[in-house]
Write a protein that binds this ligand. Structure first.
Ligand SMILES: O=C[C@H](O)[C@@H](O)[C@@H](O)[C@H](O)C(=O)O
Length: 479
């Protein structure tokens, strides 16, 4: 029987082991989409305890604790101590067999705390004391975690009106050792049917020093912010939308919808879709002009529990997978941009894994223009970043396109200890490649396969986003 979490964890044959240990493992990390806070990097935050790191903002863990019947106020509230919250997590984890958190948690304990045991109610006290002791060392301040994880670049998730002051501070501080670039996330200006749209519009007008009463004026305001983000090194945009719309409308109607929302009146469903479609078209063209990558995360059924949404807000673990068919709208959206040659490099993430084949087949209709897999089916997202979800996304990408051009993994996380998700992904990738070889489905050409593994782990993303780390010789670690 294979020992738990050995150095050959998830690697079921010799070819897989070779590909991982001799190629993928040593590649640095380029985390092109995450939700970590740049201020904590700028200030090199030191965490007081493991609860702050693990349970401070990670809704994956919160969901596990809720499933175990822990009251909300003892998960995200203040009804118990950090130590008691940690105990709650230690109680549920041994029961979460098959959940990626069981693997991620123990990979993090092993890699960052050199703990090779397993977390349980019985070991919680020992693990709590060990982790908290190590968290007081500089190695486990935020920058130490990034450096020991071999992270070379992260793209955070930033609002268009953000001053990017922390990115500027990091830029000026050459001791940081990690490139921290903003990523443009315009969700608040896209969600015209949300209560905070009107006040947000006023904030955008103020920050961009542009009065906004019409769509052209809104576009002008956004262009100013796009230019600012571009100067700050931004090379990608991300959008978390419930569905992809296809709803052409005249400018006069769009101006009316904008004014209606600016006055605090909520647009109806059809108006909301027309506005969102116009905005995505405008933004897609702007991204293409700047050579940015457009990421679209769609298909979440957000805030299903309305009482908890009211109490805790968004991104708190009360979302789920929506089942819908927006294939025709997505195709229409991509086609309108492509017809005028204004389709940017695009990464599509569907929360419903049932869309995998649709995405990979649709992407094949918009490739070309000198970019390898210009349209990418993104890494298994959120409820899909499990062992089976990652395997499904990789197989679908391979079945319909050129897996060797895939730009690989991202953490999409709010926790600085989540970089072991890249290790998890690389092990799953190498096991898949190795299994195909050992089943005689691909020649045992280790050099070619090794290059594929290195490219998917790092080089493809570096080239696709145009970060140029490889050319700048920024791979000082083993590379
Ligand atoms: O892995 C989970 C993700 O971080 C999820 O929390 C995000 O995708 C978030 O909902 C967003 O819209 O950006």
């Amino acid at each position: 029987m294979k020992p738990f979490l050995s150095e050959d964890f998830l690697l079921s044959n010799d070819t897989a082991k070779t590909l991982y240990h001799q190629y993928a493992e040593k590649m640095p990390i380029l985390d092109y989409h995450c939700h970590i806070n740049p201020q904590e990097i700028a200030e090199n935050r030191q965490f007081d305890n493991i609860t702050q790191v693990w349970l401070g903002g990670d809704h994956y863990k919160w969901r596990l604790m809720r499933a175990n019947g822990i009251p909300e106020e003892e998960i995200t509230g203040t009804a118990c101590s950090d130590r008691e919250k940690f105990q709650h997590f230690a109680e549920v984890l041994p029961k979460a067999i098959g959940n990626p958190l069981y693997h991620w948690t123990h990979l993090e304990l092993k890699r960052y705390f050199s703990y090779t045991g397993t977390l349980s109610p019985e070991t919680a006290e020992e693990v709590w004391n060990l982790c908290n002791r190590k968290l007081q060392t500089s190695a486990l301040r935020v920058r130490g975690i990034l450096q020991q994880s071999h992270v070379k670049l992260v793209c955070t998730t930033d609002d268009p009106i953000d001053s990017l002051v922390w990115h500027q501070k990091i830029r000026e501080d050459d001791t940081c050792g990690v490139k921290v670039l903003p990523a443009w996330r315009p969700d608040k200006i896209l969600k015209i049917n949300q209560a905070e749209f009107a006040p947000y519009l006023q904030q955008l007008a103020a920050v961009s020093e542009t009065s906004i009463a019409t769509m052209p004026e809104l576009f002008r305001a956004l262009q100013k912010r796009l230019d600012f983000f571009n100067q700050m090194g931004c090379r990608t945009a991300d959008h978390g939308i419930d569905t992809v719309p296809y709803a052409p409308a005249e400018e006069s109607e769009l101006n009316r919808i904008l004014l209606k929302a600016a006055r605090g009146n909520t647009p109806d469903k059809a108006e909301t879709e027309k506005y969102l479609y116009a905005m995505l078209l405008f933004l897609g063209r702007e991204y293409a002009k700047r050579g940015w990558v457009m990421q679209i995360h769609y298909g979440a059924l957000r805030n299903a529990n309305s009482a908890m949404f009211q109490k805790l807000g968004a991104d708190t673990g009360y979302d789920s997978i929506a089942v819908q068919d927006c294939s025709a709208q997505l195709a229409g959206f991509l086609d309108v941009l492509e017809r005028t040659k204004e389709l940017p490099k695009t990464i599509l993430y569907a929360l419903n894994p049932g869309d995998n084949a649709m995405l990979d087949s649709l992407a094949g209709s918009f490739q070309g223009s000198g970019i390898q897999n210009k349209i990418q089916h993104g890494a298994a997202w959120w409820f899909n970043d499990t062992k089976s979800g990652m395997e499904a996304q990789l197989k679908s990408f391979a079945n319909f396109s050129v897996l060797g051009n895939f730009i690989g993994m991202l953490t999409d996380s709010r926790s600085f200890l989540s970089y072991t998700r890249h290790e998890y992904f690389r092990r799953i990738l190498c096991n898949l490649l190795g299994t195909w070889v050992e089943n005689g489905e691909y020649p045992a050409d280790i050099q070619t396969l090794g290059k594929l593994a290195e490219n998917i782990a790092f080089y493809n993303a570096d080239r696709y986003f145009g970060f140029g780390l490889a050319e700048q010789g920024e791979l000082s670690h083993e590379n």
